[in-house]
Design a protein around this ligand. Structure first.
Ligand code: PEP
Ligand code: MG
Length: 919
């Protein structure tokens, strides 16, 4: 309870509050779109639309401040406080609509909706059709000449009001909704199945049964006075701000509880009042292609949901759209004009009014609009407008067109691009028509976008068994690389967004679904079992890498068109971006792809990927299994020319742009054969016994390879590896110099945690480079830097910067170690964490700015405290994720580096970050 003094203070404050109720309608409004905090998002937008002359159903908004006061002072005080304003606002609606709230013959019906300052979809309450009672329903029936509509609205009203305001909810989780229970009983009695089969008498019976149930459960009659109904609904909306759903949603998104919700009260309008009524949805441009044509669908004598429900075939709004539609539907012009006329033809004056509003709204909101409208007895009402959802292709075209038309500025055009949606323009996609009829058998993580169709194979070395294959594995390992490359798509039962399969697939631009836990894969019997259904090797499946859907059978794909607008928007991004975008590329082919997408260098070459090709893996295995330094050096000597050629290819592809090459990183165990046949082969080649090979492999087994003998620990225990790799890099650069091509190598040491670990490697690198320079009597410029991917490295970055010439944040490992989540096992629990809201996103996909971000920020700051111009970048998967790119920009990084197919996305995100900072 509030004490007297507090209460007095609050009352005094309330005296100063001038307006609690903001009216809108008749093309004027008390509020506008800047008042979202006070009027909520919905209220502010309704006011804005009305103020610019759009005919929205008239109404008013009770402010969010009143909600806060209600929470402090309770119902009675608040009603007293706003009663006069609300009565005047209802009168305003009555005047505009020419109807009267509570009148039996000419009744006004209203809706009451919540509306916080940000959209909280479905978290709070709504009540429709207020004002109905036993007398008013007769008035509505007479007025609309539609008894069924009147009684159906009435029974829906009691149901909605009963649930939201009177607490008529199921008593326990096993119970069904009390009103549904009554409806089910009547259906059973009448031996019918659908709501639409109820007769008018049934609906009347339901109304009385519903009211009886309310009386029985609450002890009170259902309120018949429309004013009691209104106040009850307003208070219920206020209460819903503190409902479980809303609190959960607020907590999840970090919205404070003192924001409160506004309440929007609006006249109901109906599109099902006969032949001069209707309803529809329209877009100011084509949401699929971006073409600048007004388009949409409508239905005569129908309610909003009828358009989307698909029971009746909606008609096209414009004549052009109608003709195009008829052509596709193979309908003759005579038939079309007679039976499916456009709104333009059927109601020319309504159409021209609508056309005027769509134009006005697009100009006002400076973006493509998606609008809903209703025509009630020859009068057009616009119910809602919002920026329309669109495909990636449409997004790019609309931004460029709008720029050309002078509707938006260059910066706005860039900000209108949703970077992730560019993915759609970079990979083949399923034909949307074909997707309508597919059977989805399970879902996994959308690890690498695109569409793939093929026959199931379970082993990488069988990936070319059929012409089109989907490599289906429990998980993949570097051994599978070639098979992954040969298959159309990759599907794994385990692993998260940075699992081996996911990272490699994204690098290749290949469709991949990872972590599909519902799949039970049996390698021995070559079967895949999902929910009891068995699939065999050779069966066709399809993967939608953008949604994670695994689909039975073949689905047709289409090549996306890379239109001229796409190139234009990318050029524009370069004008504003200051942070560069490099790529993670391991082969000359990938490097070329990335350069075509505008990469400004390579931020990470994972040298180990080069060792997996058939001719190299043998030498690599010999090196690993060698017992002596000499033996290792012999094997490394075989690898040297191959690495050198690889580096030459990459340097050549990058034509003078910087190339960061990372020394060997993964645990050696990943390189050795695990199948008996290959082990035998290796034993023969090395002239040792199979047993000796097996023992060696067993010795390499580690309890926790991710924290084991990997990264710089390899180079520090086997310096000859670092020597060979450095030699290959420097010799390659010198060879190119001889050909007149500049190469800018940046040699990167992986996984250091201490300065000495780095210094030890740096010394080997510099000594080797000097040796080569001497041998060749020539030099090139190169840098020696390090990955920062172990928390200790970030914490001691000032020490490390004394020697390192650049930092590259390896946020895959940094995330793994900061969270303590194994990259390779996180697929088991992360999806559940996200589903339960324990985590809102996968931290391997979206950089955790709150935690891991601190390490990145601290590492950068500490490094630059020693070397103010220290070059800093990121090469973890986050380098291609828009929100993480923005974070990197704000941290002051010089570049981000990502898979080739994400380069355009990162370029846009980089430009957007720079633009946002200035705004
Ligand atoms: C990283 O850890 O972020 C990184 C880029 O290296 P890798 O993924 O190869 O461990
Ligand atoms: Mg790493």
């Amino acid at each position: 309870m509030l004490d007297f003094k507090n209460r007095f203070n609050i009352m005094e404050t309330l005296q100063e509050v001038k307006t609690s109720v903001y009216k809108f309608g008749n093309k004027i409004a008390d509020g506008n779109s800047t008042m979202k905090n006070l009027l909520g998002g919905k209220g502010a937008n309704l006011a804005e639309m009305s103020a610019i002359g759009i005919p929205v159903p008239p109404g008013f908004t009770i402010t969010t401040e009143v909600c806060t006061e209600y929470n402090l002072l309770g119902k009675e005080v608040v009603i007293d406080m706003i009663k006069e304003e609300v009565e005047a606002a209802i009168e305003n609606i009555e005047n505009i609509m020419g109807t009267i709230y509570g009148d039996n013959d000419n009744p006004l019906l209203i809706s009451v909706r919540s509306g916080a300052r940000v959209s909280m979809p479905g978290m709070m309450d709504t009540v429709l059709n207020l004002g109905l009672n036993d007398e008013v329903v007769v008035g509505i029936a007479n007025k609309t000449k539609n008894e069924r509509f009147a009684w159906d609205s009435y029974r829906r009203f009691i149901q909605m009001y009963g649930g939201v305001v009177l607490g008529m909810k199921p008593e326990s989780k096993e119970d069904i909704d009390p009103f549904e229970e009554i409806m089910e009983a009547l259906k059973h009695k009448r031996n019918i199945e659908l709501d639409t089969e109820f007769t008018v008498q049934d609906l009347k019976d339901l109304v009385y049964d519903f009211k009886d149930a309310v009386k029985k459960r609450t002890g009170h009659d259902f309120p018949t006075d429309p004013w009691d109904q209104l106040w009850g609904a307003v208070m219920a909306v206020f209460n819903s701000w503190n409902g479980d759903r809303a609190i959960y949603y607020r907590n999840m998104n970090g919205y404070p509880s003192d924001w409160g919700t506004a309440v929007n009260v609006q006249a109901m309008v109906y599109g099902n009042m006969g032949e001069n009524s209707g309803t529809g949805v329209c877009f100011t441009r084509d949401a699929g292609t971006g073409e600048n044509v007004f388009n949409g669908e409508y239905l005569i004598d129908a309610q909003g949901e009828d358009v989307v429900a698909g029971v009746r075939t909606p008609q096209q709004i414009t004549k052009l759209g109608s003709k195009r539609w008829a052509e596709l539907a193979k309908i003759e012009e005579v038939d079309r004009a007679e039976n499916y006329p456009s709104l333009e033809e059927l109601m020319p004056s309504i159409y021209s009014e609508l056309n005027e509003y769509q134009d006005k709204l697009e100009k006002h909101y400076r973006d493509m609009q998606d609008m809903e409208f209703t025509i009630q007895e020859g009068k057009l009402w616009i119910l809602q407008t919002r920026n329309g959802k669109r495909t990636g292709a449409a997004m790019v075209k609309i931004a460029i067109d709008a720029l050309k038309e002078g509707l938006i500025s260059e910066k706005e055009a860039l900000l209108h691009i949703e970077p992730n949606k560019l993915d759609e323009l970079l990979h083949p996609i399923f034909d949307p028509e074909a997707l309508k009829a597919v059977h989805v058998i399970a879902q996994g993580l959308p690890a690498s976008p695109g569409a793939a169709t093929g026959q199931i194979v379970f082993f990488a070395d069988e990936a070319n068994k059929y012409k089109n294959t989907i490599l289906t594995r429990i998980e993949t390992s570097p051994e599978d690389l070639e098979g992954m490359n040969l298959s159309n798509g990759i599907l794994t039962a385990r692993g998260g967004m940075t699992s081996h399969a996911a990272v490699v697939a994204r690098g290749m631009g290949k469709c991949c679904i990872s972590g599909a836990g519902a799949l039970k894969i049996d390698y021995k019997n070559r079967t895949l079992n999902v929910d009891g259904k068995e699939y065999h090797e050779g069966d066709w499946i399809s993967l939608n890498g953008s949604t994670g859907n695994i689909i039975e059978g073949k689905v047709a794909t289409i090549e996306p068109e890379l239109s001229g607008e796409f190139a234009k928007i990318m050029d524009l991004s370069d004008k504003y971006a200051t942070m560069k975008v490099r790529t993670n590329a391991d082969t000359p082919k990938d490097a070329k792809v990335a350069r075509n997408f505008g990469a400004q260098g390579i931020g990470l070459t994972r040298t180990e990927h080069m060792f997996f090709e058939v001719d190299r893996i043998k030498a690599m295995r010999e090196m690993i299994l060698a017992d002596t330094v000499k033996g290792r050096e012999r094997a490394l000597a075989q690898l040297l020319p191959m690495q050198r050629t690889d580096f030459e290819g990459i340097f050549e592809a990058m034509q003078g742009l910087p190339v960061t090459i990372r020394l060997l990183d993964p645990p050696l165990h990943e390189f050795v054969p695990h199948q008996l046949a290959t082990q035998k082969e290796l034993a023969e080649e090395m002239h040792i016994s199979l047993e000796a090979v097996k023992i060696k492999i067993a010795e390499l087994q580690e309890f926790n390879p991710m924290l084991g003998h990997r990264g710089c620990r390899l180079g520090n225990t086997y310096p000859e590896i670092t020597e060979m790799q450095t030699r290959a890099i420097i010799e390659a650069a010198l060879n190119l110099k001889d050909k007149g091509i500049e190469a800018k190598p940046e040699i990167m040491v992986p996984l250091i945690g201490t300065l000495s670990e780095f210094v030890e490697q740096e010394n080997i690198i510099r000594a080797t480079a000097n040796k080569v320079f001497k041998e060749r009597n020539d030099t090139i410029k190169y840098l020696v830097g390090t990955m920062i991917e172990i928390p200790r490295a970030a914490l001691t970055a000032d020490l490390i910067a004394q020697r390192a010439e650049f930092f590259s944040f390896g946020t895959n490992d940094l995330t793994q170690m900061a969270f303590g989540y194994s990259r390779d096992d996180a697929g088991k629990f992360l999806p559940i964490y996200i589903e339960k809201g324990i985590l809102s996103v996968d931290p391997f996909e979206v950089l955790d700015q709150e935690g891991v971000g601190q390490l990145v920020k601290m590492g950068t700051e500490k490094g630059r405290s020693i070397k103010p111009n220290l070059k800093v970048g990121i090469c973890g998967e986050h380098g291609g994720e828009p929100s993480s790119v923005e974070f990197c920009y704000n941290t002051g990084m010089n570049y981000v580096s990502c898979s080739p197919f994400r380069v355009p996305i990162a370029r846009i995100a980089s430009a957007q970050a720079a633009i946002k900072e200035v705004i």
